[in-house]
Design a protein around this ligand. Structure first.
Ligand code: 5GP
Length: 176
């Protein structure tokens, strides 16, 4: 069985959109320090490009790796494979995510950070928003790169079985 990828969002479009989001974030947090919390592994490339476009006095990085299981309950649970390296207590946190699909992962991460870490604020910045399959709506997406249809996408950090993360664009994965 083969696979192929059709381009959905080009490298240029991603670059342009990140400049717009970064300008908005720089305006919203003007004069403030922020901590970007990257959700591994899919958001790594997005966070690197976003961070370099921010104009803020101090931009810290931290990383979390979580897996979500919908299981039998509607709320689901997440497993923390890698927690933050440092406390974000009293800090402005921006959670950087590759894609919000059902919303389970991001909602659980917010719950976890809010209860365990007491940050000054938490906002969500996702490269992609796939609203068609949204299950959990207990959060607002503060910054979104692109709203996409209900397709399985790869590239620019997103994988299929750990492959395709290095594509400079975002594409739909087709199976033939
Ligand atoms: P959620 O908890 O919002 O359903 O799922 C979020 C996670 O599911 C993302 O961080 C990502 O790892 C994975 N995911 C959801 N949709 C896609 C997709 O279209 N492509 C890829 N590569 N991963 C996806």
């Amino acid at each position: 069985m083969g696979e192929n990828v059709t381009v959905l969002i080009t490298e240029q479009e991603i670059k342009k959109r990140i400049a717009v989001i970064a300008a908005q974030i720089s305006k919203d947090y003007a004069g403030e320090d922020v901590c970007l919390v990257c959700l591994l592994k899919g958001a790594v490339i997005f966070m690197c490009d976003l961070a370099r476009a921010l104009d803020l006095p101090s931009v810290e990085f931290d990383f979390m790796d979580v897996s979500s299981y919908s299981g039998t309950t509607s709320t689901g649970i997440i497993k923390i494979n890698k927690d933050l390296s440092d406390s974000v207590e009293g800090k402005h946190v921006i959670l950087v995510e590759d894609i919000v699909d059902t919303g389970l992962t991001i909602s659980k991460v917010i719950e976890f950070l809010t209860h365990q870490q007491n940050p000054k604020s938490i906002k969500i910045c996702t490269l992609l928003d796939k609203p068609a399959r949204r299950d959990v709506n207990r959060f607002n997406i503060d910054y979104a790169g692109f709203v996409i249809p209900d397709e399985f996408v790869v590239g620019y950090g997103l994988d299929y079985e750990q492959r395709y993360r290095n594509l400079p664009y975002i594409g739909v994965l087709n199976f033939s």
